[in-house]
Each structure stands twice: as C-alpha cells, then as structure tokens.
Design a protein. Structure first.
Lengths: 414, 144
C-alpha cells in the first residue's frame, strides 16, 4: 500500500513537472485586437514577420482571423491552423463568401460596386462554361452553344444582359459516354477560378481571388507571397493565359515550348503564333481589359466573347469618331476608388478620361490639351501617349474593328 | 538493542517514508502554485475607452491636435473642446488629414473638416467623441 502511495506521488510530481515544463515552452502571446472585430487574436506570435497584405487590408484594422479563420487564441500551430478557411488560400471560391464577403466588403451590391464575389462566381473565368459547352457541342452531347454546365452549379437571380443565362448545372463527366468528353474532364478542369487546384504548394493560390490578385515577385512562384494587389502584371495573367494550347486530338494541355519565360517582353507576352500590336505587349493586360471583362458583369455567359468588349477603337477611336470620353464630376465615381487602390495617377475632379462602350471610366487615361491621350501603366507606372485614329492616314472601315483588322497594318514582327 | 539488520530495515523504511512525504509535499506545493496561478489568472483588460491626454493647457484655444493614441482630432475653439474620431466609418481604418479634411488610406473615403462624408465608400460621418476636463484639469477623451 505504502509503495503504491509512493509510486502515485512520484507520478503526480512527474505529471505536474511535465505540465509546468509544457506551459513554460508556450511562447508569450503577441496580442492583436483588430478595430473591425474588437476580439483578441494571437496570430502575430508566430507571424509577425509577414508583410501587410495590402494597404486596403491593414492588419490593425482587419487582423488575420476575419479573412483566414483559424483558432484566434491558440498558441499551438496545429490547433491554430485547424479551422483555417481554404488552407493557404482563403479566397478560394469554395470559402470566399466567408473570407472576403460582407456587405461592406466584397459581397455588396452592384450599385455600390462591391458585388465582386457574385460577379466572379458567375464569370466565365470561374464557370469555364465556354470550354465545357464547346466540348459538349463538338462531340454531339449538346445541340447548341448555349451554356448549361459549369465547373460548379451556379445561378443568377437577375439576368441583365441578352446573352446571360439563369443557371448552370455542375458538369458531371460520369454521364458522358464519349471518351473525349471524359478525357476533357480528367485533363482540362483544373485551370479555372472555381476549380480544385492541382496538388502542390505552387498551385495553392491559383484559384479564387488570389489567382489574379496575388502575383508572384522575383524568383518566387506566383501566389507564394502574402500580397493582394490590383496592379496585376501580365506575367500573372500568363500564369493561365498564353501558356500553352489544348491538343484536341489528345484532349490534353500542351505547354509552350518557348518557356521558361524569355527575358524579352515581346517574346514572352504571347505565344509564338500570335499576332499583336506594339501596345498589346508594351502594356499590361489590365491596362486595357476592364475589371468587368476579367471578373464578369454578374451574368452567367456562355463564352468569353460575350463579355469581352474592349477593342482598339476603345482608346483610339475610328477614322470618323474619337474615342468616348467623360469628365469626372462625381466625387463618388468608381474611377476615384480604382485610382486610390492603385495610385499610379493623381486623379482629380474635372479630369477627362476615356470610357468604354459600357460607360466605365478607364481611370488610368486622360485627354491631353493637344488632343492626344495619355495612359499610365497600372502595373508599371509607365506613361504612354497616343493619338486618335481620326485625322491619321488610316482608312479602315470604322465598323470592322476586331483586332485582326488592325493587326493587318500594325502588327509587330518578332 | 537493535541488530544491524533491524537498523538497516528501519532506515530504509524511514527513507522510503521520507521520500514519499517529500514527493507529496513538492507535488502539493507545485499543485497549490498552479491553483493560485489559475485563480489569479487575469483576462485581457477590456478595451480602453477613456484616454487621459494630458493637461488642458497643452491644447490652447484655436488648436487642432492629432491624438494618435485614440486616434482622434482634438479641437479647441470658441465653444471649448470637441473631438472627432479618426476611425473611418466604412471598415475602421485610421484616417489621415488631407488638406482641410480627412482621407482614408484603405479605400479612399474622404471627409470634410467636420467629419462629413465627401466621397464613399463610407456612408456615415465621423463620430464625435465625448470630451471631459477632469478636476485635475486633464483632458479625457471617451470613445464609448
């Protein structure tokens, strides 16, 4: 009996010492109480070396947990990370509503210009509806090119355009009898914003918002840094676009043979077969293509041509018409918010900028007093000046404005 | 008189008893220490809502003083002291002075000198904070 008591007391002491030791090994927590939540979180205890993700999301205001989830008060890494949303990518579209949503954040209204999530979820970049529809039509599984399937099911309660469709079902290749369609499902469904990313840390942030807004820098692979930006360089767009071709016979993706990236931008920008003008490789994609084109207009479209509307004439006009412009007179114009997020220009009330056919201000442009135009690169800050077509020697029919017509005379040689 | 064997047995028993007692005593002491530590645990203090920003004489009439700690702008005019919160009403970023008004560095909201919204996305004007001058003539800003 006495021996049992002695053994018990020894074990008790051992347990207490072990508990003290374990407790003494816990790091002293660094407490952050973000303004937005008012709730303490200890994430900075281990992550104080991370750079601020963007000036729109300062850590003192947002903290970490509101976007990433996780156990705010845990000091054990496994426990702290156990309930994180989306793993390394809280912007993955499967969790984006919880991570980035909210009426004051990114799931507001079209009127407030902050319905980003609804637009992206219905955009062709997320649904992949164009490719799925084309494949189904090509192999006789559908009778026309109207989209009925996307990578995931999605619905649009308010169709506002003539090409919008109300809903897509989730594409299920199990029901397809054609082996080409099944192969397409196996090989070609990884590269869209709503797809399950390929395995590997280099693919972790190539879905959802991060796929575009978290560009890699220097030698780091895309998405491996703590950063969100609207200054998206063409190299990030090329992470998905211009990086290869689909071989429809093998139903497989064939990467470009001239990669890794050439040092020369003119060689690097497009695939070797592509034709383009000087401005199409000197500028970054986002200098011309609008957020509506990239992130959608809120409607579900059957293919990308239904949402692309920027053409050469948007900035250059036609032989008979100058580009559309407008003077910024409303301090709440979206142009100011966009310029504030990416301050490459000092936009002021009274300034005249080019507008798209949909009336969107191209906030990085301005009309100069001599009738020429200026564009500032959103990713580079580089200043470009250009003239309108009107008054030049161009005799192109004003109606024929697809890029192929302009390339006939203005394509660069490589 | 005890034999050597008896002495040895007794010593071992005493030693055994002593060790057991010592183990229990140390365990008890450590356990009590842990208990006191548990009972004495202090939660994080509630968020501070009253800020003593020093003597009123440091803020002469006509002054507009940035109080970064709050953050707020303390205004001393002919009507006495008043204060504007410098927390943006959109998402809570700390705004900065911009000309005669204020601008939010996060999403670009602008406010005039009185805190009224000039440009969104903020919809509400800046909060006016309660200012009190204590009996020691110190200025207290209240954020609640």
């Amino acid at each position: 009996m006495k021996r049992l008591i002695a053994l018990g007391s020894a074990l008790l002491l051992l347990a207490i010492v072990a508990a003290w030791w374990a407790n003494s090994r816990q790091p002293k927590p660094i407490v952050l109480i973000p303004t937005l939540t008012g709730k303490p979180e200890y994430c900075l205890t281990c992550h104080s070396d991370l750079p601020e993700i963007s000036k729109s999301h300062p850590i003192k205001t947002f903290g970490c947990v509101i976007c990433h989830g996780g156990e705010a008060l845990a000091l054990n890494a496994d426990l702290a990370h156990s309930t994180m949303r989306g793993g390394a990518n809280p912007s993955d579209l499967s969790v984006v509503q919880e991570s980035c949503g909210g009426s004051s954040c990114h799931s507001g209204t079209a009127e407030q210009n902050n319905n980003h999530i609804q637009r992206v979820l219905t955009s062709v970049q997320a649904t992949y509806a164009g490719a799925i529809t084309n494949i189904l039509y090509t192999y006789g599984a559908e009778g026309d090119l109207t989209a009925r399937f996307g990578i995931r099911a999605v619905a649009d309660a308010q169709v506002t355009t003539s090409t919008g469709v109300p809903a897509l079902q989730a594409f299920d290749p199990a029901g397809a009898s054609n082996p080409a369609i099944q192969k397409f499902a196996v090989n070609c469904l990884f590269c869209h914003l709503n797809a399950q990313p390929l395995p590997g840390p280099q693919f972790d942030r190539l879905s959802g918002c991060a796929a575009c807004h978290t560009p890699g820098i220097g030698s780091l692979p895309p998405g491996q840094i703590h950063k969100l930006t609207t200054a998206i360089p063409y190299t990030q767009c090329n992470t998905c676009h211009n990086r290869g071709n689909y071989d429809l016979r093998a139903m497989a993706f064939v990467p470009r043979s001239d990669q890794p990236q050439a040092a020369d931008r003119v060689q690097n920008y497009y695939q070797p077969i592509a034709q383009f003008t000087k401005c199409e490789y000197e500028l970054d994609c986002i200098d011309c293509h609008t957020r509506t084109e990239a992130m959608g207009d809120g409607d579900i479209h059957s293919n990308e041509t239904q949402i692309q509307y920027i053409q050469c004439r948007t900035c250059h006009g036609t032989p008979t018409q100058l580009p559309s412009t407008k003077m910024l007179t409303d301090p709440n114009d979206i142009a100011f918010r966009q310029a504030q997020l990416n301050p490459v220009v000092d936009l002021e009330l009274g300034q005249t900028v080019i507008v798209t056919d949909k009336g969107e201000p191209m906030w990085n442009t301005r009309v100069l007093p001599d009738g020429t135009y200026q564009l500032v690169g959103k990713a580079t800050g580089q200043v470009f000046t250009f003239r309108p077509v009107m008054g030049s020697g161009c005799t192109q029919n004003g109606i024929d404005q697809s890029s192929a017509y302009c390339h006939t005379c203005h394509a660069v040689q490589r | 008189m005890r034999s050597n064997a008896e002495m040895s047995n007794l010593s071992r028993r005493d030693l055994f008893k002593l060790i057991t007692t010592a183990l229990l005593a140390i365990s008890g002491a450590l356990g009590l220490g842990a208990l006191f530590r548990f009972l004495d645990y202090q939660t994080d203090p509630p968020l501070k809502t009253a800020f003593d920003i020093g003597p009123a004489e440091d803020y002469p009439a006509g002054s507009r003083s940035l109080i970064a700690e709050v953050p707020a702008l303390l205004i001393h005019d002919q009507n006495g002291f008043s204060a504007l919160s410098l927390v943006c009403t959109h998402l809570g970023c700390t705004i900065a002075q911009n000309g005669t008004g204020f601008a939010c560095p996060c999403h670009g909201s602008r406010y005039d000198a009185d805190g009224n919204v000039l440009r969104g996305p903020a919809q509400k004007p800046l909060r006016h904070l309660r200012v009190e001058v204590g009996s020691d003539q110190h200025v207290i800003l209240h954020t609640d």
